[in-house]
Design a protein around this ligand. Structure first.
Ligand SMILES: Cc1cc2nc3c(=O)[nH]c(=O)nc-3n(C[C@H](O)[C@H](O)[C@H](O)COP(=O)(O)O)c2cc1C
Length: 440
């Protein structure tokens, strides 16, 4: 059998294009209506996709006036989705900087129990500067501090997940013994940032531990991913950088003492599909006509930690000097590297750059026929750029449906993607081992 692709559906707004929420083919439902998310999850599950993913920001964005993105709290939404689905993996975002480890351990363990072993946590340190104002208002932590805290937090969360042995629960009505206290132990963590006694107040979960996902691609982010992540989301605008990232990450995972295939690398892909290439390009142009460059300018500023780009003319070619050095950015550092790299290579005008970023915020955007999209997916997968993809349809549910009905059958004919689920847990879909229990 050929090495299988892994496909995750990233659900955000009414699609990933900045103007998707206004598009006539986008869902009619309000963005706060759980039926919208359930419908998408069920479509993805009907096609045996590995998982769905909900991102999260902990503050309202500056462009809220013209950008349809509201954030149902991911774990609450995924708990509802869990009860309306039975197989698909459920990846929720939660912040290490603004959440206590005991809360995180319980919430994701609960979702793993509720979903019967389908939970995953997208571990973020939260780059958005506005979030700090909602959590005590003491200002954002630096990039390095956020990751350092996150590392300690991961020790605590994993310790809590492991604090119950698999056989700790007896639930024996006859004898009156519910659990075996000798098979439940405290963790006694006392570190620089956290003091957590444990144990957790919940038995070990169906997957042993929920799957760990991570999406930081800076040097510090990669080191963190190599230690913890079992799936990695990443943004690339060209195949060559995706290949370099893949090679580097797999080497780091091995150096961290983990097997290379214990971490799946899933770059973002936003395909606009048409019956002909011309039709796909026309569809893309129509979406671009709905965008407002001033929304893009605000978003760009957010990525660079609030840097002011208001003086830059829209139609003059950009130079790397128009941007702060990514190494000095405390916000979304690796995405700023992607953006400055593109400017260095292609010298777009600000208008052109913003139009590209409007597509999927710096992820790979492609317009073509189903055959061309399948070729692209196959080539990245074959040539060491991806273990699968984080699918980011530009308009939902429209382009998801086109992908599922037009592109997936081609991938299946090529033996690259399953027709039905073989397992029931996300670990099984991803081909990941169940973590060994720390109990003998
Ligand atoms: C596909 C994808 C999804 C992400 N989702 C979130 C999110 O929901 N919330 C968040 O705060 N950051 C999110 N991020 C940002 C990363 O977690 C990370 O903070 C960012 O890439 C900057 O970290 P770095 O400098 O180590 O790359 C996402 C990144 C990617 C590629």
């Amino acid at each position: 059998m050929r090495r299988q692709l892994h496909l995750n559906l990233f659900i955000q707004s009414r699609g990933h294009h900045e103007a998707s929420w206004r598009h006539p083919a986008a869902s009619e439902l309000p963005l706060t209506d759980i039926r919208y998310y359930i419908d998408l999850a069920q479509r993805a599950e009907g096609a045996a996709l590995d998982s769905i993913f909900l991102a999260d920001q902990l503050a309202v964005a500056d462009d809220v006036g013209q950008a349809g993105r509201t954030w149902l709290e991911p774990l609450t939404a995924l708990s509802a989705i869990a009860t309306a689905t039975s197989r698909i993996g459920l990846i929720g975002t939660a912040s290490t900087t603004y959440t206590e480890p005991f809360n995180l351990a319980r919430q994701f363990a609960s979702l793993d129990h509720i979903s019967g072993g389908r939970a995953a946590w997208n571990i973020v340190t939260t780059w958005a500067v506005g979030a700090a104002r909602n959590y005590g208002g003491t200002g954002s932590l630096s990039h390095a501090d956020r990751y350092q805290r996150a590392d300690e937090l991961m020790d605590v969360v994993k310790g809590l997940w492991d604090s119950w042995a698999e056989d700790a629960v007896l639930d024996d009505r006859e004898s009156g013994r519910y659990a075996r206290p000798e098979r439940i132990r405290a963790i006694g963590h006392a570190g620089e940032h956290y003091a957590v006694a444990g144990p957790m107040n919940l038995p070990r979960t169906p997957q042993g531990r929920p799957v760990l996902v991570q999406a930081g691609s800076s040097d510090t982010g990669r080191a963190f991913a190599a230690r913890h992540a079992e799936a990695i989301f990443t943004a690339h605008m060209e195949k060559a950088t995706a290949q370099a990232f893949y090679k580097d990450l797999k080497a780091r995972v091995v150096a961290a003492g983990r097997p290379a295939d214990g971490t799946l690398i899933l770059p973002g892909l936003s395909p606009m599909i048409g019956g002909t290439e011309q039709e796909a390009l026309r569809r893309q142009r129509e979406l671009e006509e709905l965008t407002d460059p001033e929304v893009g300018r605000k978003r760009l500023s957010g990525r660079f930690g609030g840097h002011d780009f208001s003086h830059l003319p829209l139609d003059k070619p950009l130079a790397p000097e128009d941007f702060p050095d990514p190494g000095s950015v405390e916000a979304a550092r690796s995405r700023t590297e992607v953006i400055v790299g593109l400017v260095r290579r292609d010298r777009p005008t600000l208008r052109q750059l913003l139009a590209y970023l409007a597509g999927a915020r710096g992820h790979f955007v492609f317009a073509g026929t189903p055959e061309q999209v399948a070729d692209l997916i196959e080539s990245w997968h074959r040539d060491g750029a991806a273990d699968g993809f984080n699918l980011m349809p530009p308009v939902l549910p429209w382009m998801l449906e086109v992908f599922l009905t037009e592109v997936l059958p081609i991938l299946r004919r090529r033996g690259l993607f399953r027709t039905t689920y073989e397992g029931t847990t996300l670990r099984e879909h991803y081909g990941l081992a169940k973590p060994a229990s720390r109990w003998s």
